[in-house]
Design a protein around this ligand. Structure first.
Ligand code: HEM
Length: 238
């Protein structure tokens, strides 16, 4: 009897090329990357060409802060979007949106550091820290940043495996970070009546958090399956 070639069941580890191929075959991730990085490219272009308004520091702080908030809230919105529409791909966008949001938070803090800590061509960490503790809105912003760091570090599949159940619990920090970021915004606005944007953000974040409560989520799913049909509905017979 001739020996049958034994097929190895072990999976070959994915090479960098495999990973790149997987990326190229995911057009949505490219669209998200382009949409998230384009504003950063514009801000860099405006800065180097001296077109970032008469007060570039303030302009860059405000723009990076706004974009960071939008991306963090969009990341938080992914799960409620799945609950509401059953569009499961939205789950895949949670991580990239959160990471791009973190990138803008880093840029935002970078501009603040440059503005408050640059002394004789070097960054004085003590001066940056003093500037943070001086204002409650900056303390809130910095707290949000500190809480985002472990989430960004452990966002990889490797960390997800390593931490097991603890990973999910750790990533629930996102539910605290978004309200703190809104508080940061509310505290820096001089008059909430003249500029009610933080209230609008607060309402959006509150709704996104409420949609996660198991009973609310179940009610939304029940409503969707009973009354709403997303996607193409069957054509009526003529
Ligand atoms: C998750 C973290 C953060 C988010 C989402 C965030 C978001 C924002 C937003 C939305 C604004 C207002 C933009 C506007 O006026 O329209 C803002 C402004 C600002 N943020 Fe943050 N921020 C964060 C962290 C920080 C940190 C860590 C610092 C510095 C310690 C900081 C310092 C500032 C400053 C100085 C302003 C501008 C105040 C002004 O002159 O009007 N932020 N941020």
């Amino acid at each position: 009897m001739s020996a049958q070639p034994v097929k190895s069941a072990a999976k070959k580890p994915a090479t960098l090329f495999d990973k790149l191929k997987a990326q190229v075959s995911q057009p949505l991730s490219w669209v998200v990357a382009a949409a998230c990085l384009a504003p950063l490219a514009v801000l860099i272009y405006q800065t180097v060409t001296d077109n970032a308004t008469a007060n570039p520091i303030r302009y860059l702080t405000i723009q990076t802060g706004k974009i960071a908030l939008i991306l963090l809230v969009l990341s938080l919105a992914c799960t409620p979007i799945v609950t509401l529409t059953n569009w499961k791909t939205a789950t895949k966008l949670k991580r990239p949106l959160g990471l791009y949001g973190f990138l803008y938070v880093c840029a935002h803090l970078g501009v603040f550091t440059f503005d408050n800590g640059l002394l004789d061509g070097a960054i004085d960490v003590g001066a940056v820290f003093s500037a943070i503790v001086e204002k409650r809105f900056a303390i809130a912003g910095f707290l949000a940043f500190c809480l985002l760091v472990p989430l960004a570090i452990t966002s990889t599949k490797g960390w997800q495996k390593r931490l097991g159940k603890r990973w999910k619990n750790l990533h629930k920090l996102a539910y605290v970070i978004a309200p703190i970021a809104v508080l940061h915004f509310a505290w820096l606005v001089k008059s909430i009546i003249v500029r009610p944007e933080p209230i609008a953000w607060g309402v959006v974040v509150a709704l996104l958090l409420i949609a996660r409560i198991p009973r609310v989520r179940k009610a939304i799913v029940d409503f969707r399956t009973r009354y709403v049909r997303f996607g193409s509905a069957p054509r009526a017979a003529r």
